[in-house]
Design a protein around this ligand. Structure first.
Ligand code: DHB
Length: 309
């Protein structure tokens, strides 16, 4: 019984990984992930320069959801590239803001040549918390232009993935896949948080986070149906491998994502709540479901979702 997988050319011993943003910003957090059972270490989304992010409180969670407006606090791309040397136990995927890549697309060649310990890149096309900036992948023209630039100036031998926002309309799935299918993208991460949601604190009759008057990206259990739908749409419409993300907190959540076509899953809100013990717990729960169903590997059920008729 094995949970090994290959996502866009990246070999993982365990298909359960951390989601970018959760406990992956500072050195001690990255080392903790290296020593945990996560299948890969994925970094906080990085920008050119260090950012402190938005004012606090900027994160809240309960049993149903998380809401955040972190504002991209990170130590700058160079920090995450240099940290590659410390991640010895598993693949290391550096997340980079799509806006930074738009400004300096040749960065990818630089990273490939200078930092061979970096296993892959996840380009974040969907941060909802930057004041005055759109989510790139909702602006199809800008999305296409950035990808054109990337593949014009780099040979892209390093595996490249895109972190996508959730789509809700069939026309938008079609438009996004038409663009994605023009480029040799290795993997997609579906989905980032649902942008600009709001949580209301009933007792105080107020918002619960400070930035943007309480608007923030929503994750956690309530977004799973949207994550599953997006995973299945892109699984059927593209050739990219897929990291399912959004509301994974148990082995059955992971099983559902893989059934919808994911080759692995990312855990974010639950990682913040539980710490890195979540990886071995979810791994064991998924294996138990596979034993009960007589499955030996992910390929036995990956993408094999039944449609009732
Ligand atoms: C942040 C939130 C996101 O959902 C994301 O994709 C990137 C950054 C943030 O606010 O830090």
């Amino acid at each position: 019984m094995s949970l090994n997988t290959n996502i866009g050319g990246i070999e993982l011993d365990n298909c359960i990984c951390n989601g970018s943003g959760a406990l992956c910003k500072d050195r001690d957090e990255l080392i903790n992930l290296n020593n945990s059972r996560t299948g890969a270490v994925i970094t906080k989304t990085s920008t050119k320069d260090l950012r402190v992010g938005n004012p606090e409180p900027r994160y809240f969670d309960n049993e149903m959801l998380s809401i955040n407006s972190m504002g991209l606090p990170n130590n700058g791309l160079q920090f995450y590239l240099e940290s590659a040397k410390s991640i010895t136990a598993k693949p290391y995927i550096v997340s980079i803001s799509g806006f930074y890549i738009d400004e300096e697309p040749s960065l990818i060649t630089y990273i490939q040549n200078k930092y061979p310990h970096v296993t892959g890149l996840e380009l974040n096309m969907s941060c909802p918390n930057l004041v005055g900036k759109p989510q790139i992948a909702y602006d199809f023209e800008q999305f296409d232009n950035i990808l054109t630039k990337i593949y014009e100036v780099n040979d892209c031998s390093i595996p490249i993935g895109l972190k996508l926002p959730p789509y809700f309309d069939m026309m938008h799935f079609d438009e996004a896949t038409e663009i994605i299918n023009k480029y040799p993208i290795n993997f997609l991460t579906c989905i980032n948080g649902l942008g600009n949601g709001m949580y209301v604190d009933l007792e105080n009759e107020s918002t619960i986070i400070k930035p943007k008057n309480g608007f923030g990206g929503i994750g956690g259990p309530c977004v799973k149906p949207i994550g599953l739908a997006n995973t299945h749409q892109f699984y059927t419409k593209t050739k990219c491998d897929i990291f399912g993300c959004g509301g994974v907190s148990t082995g059955s959540d992971a099983f559902e994502y893989i059934l919808c076509g994911a080759s692995g899953v990312q855990v974010a809100t639950q990682l913040v709540k539980e710490g890195t013990d979540c990886f071995s717990r979810i791994n064991c729960e998924l294996k138990q479901i596979m034993i009960n169903k007589n499955y030996e590997c992910l390929d036995d059920f990956k993408g094999k979702l039944n449609y009732i008729n």
